[in-house]
Design a protein around this ligand. Structure first.
Ligand code: ROI
Length: 165
């Protein structure tokens, strides 16, 4: 485990089996990972599905964590959380899911290998990631992509609604 703490950002999404509960449980689970604590979580948003439209709306959020895990170890732990929380894929690419955790940013590091791409490649076009991320870290600069503020400015909030819960 690293002696240094790294600030990382994780996107959470669910559209099956009580999505609000899934997201809340996942934020707590991230806080309980080894060498990791959750330092901020955005509000929850309801969002129109990206991909096939014959699936339920999603609930999305973004969490900030401080972690001593390496980027790859963090990814493995996130995948374990997905599995423990009953992740079910229904075969179809971009189909509905109980819990999806994406590593958006890991400090200012960039990674590109067969397991991990950071910054997450979907980040610049996904309003359900950019808007909650801005809520908790408006000052961010994304390696290779510039200011978060500019990315948000180029990404309309169509189909995205803060969830009243
Ligand atoms: N669409 C939305 N709105 N939110 C998601 O989290 C999400 N996740 C996915 C796909 C199927 C691409 N669509 C999504 O994995």
């Amino acid at each position: 485990m690293n002696s240094m703490l790294v600030r990382a950002y994780v996107a959470l999404g669910s559209n099956l089996q009580d999505p609000v509960k899934q997201i809340r449980r996942a934020v707590s689970a991230m806080d309980e990972l080894p060498g990791t604590c959750c330092v901020a979580a955005s509000s929850l948003y309801r969002s129109a599905p990206l991909g096939p439209q014959d699936q339920a709306e999603y609930v999305n959020a973004v969490a900030a964590i401080d972690t001593r895990l390496s980027a790859h170890d963090l990814l493995v732990e996130m995948q374990r959380v997905e599995t423990r929380h009953g992740r079910m894929r229904h075969g179809e690419r971009w189909g509905p899911r109980t819990l999806d955790l994406d590593l958006l940013l890991y400090g200012d590091e960039t990674h590109e290998d067969e397991k991990l791409t950071v910054p997450h490649p979907g980040l610049p076009e996904r309003n359900f990631v950019l808007y909650p991320l801005r809520e908790i870290a408006p000052w961010l600069h994304i390696p290779g992509l510039g200011s978060l503020e500019a990315l948000v400015g180029g990404c309309p909030d169509v189909g995205l609604q803060p969830l009243a819960v």
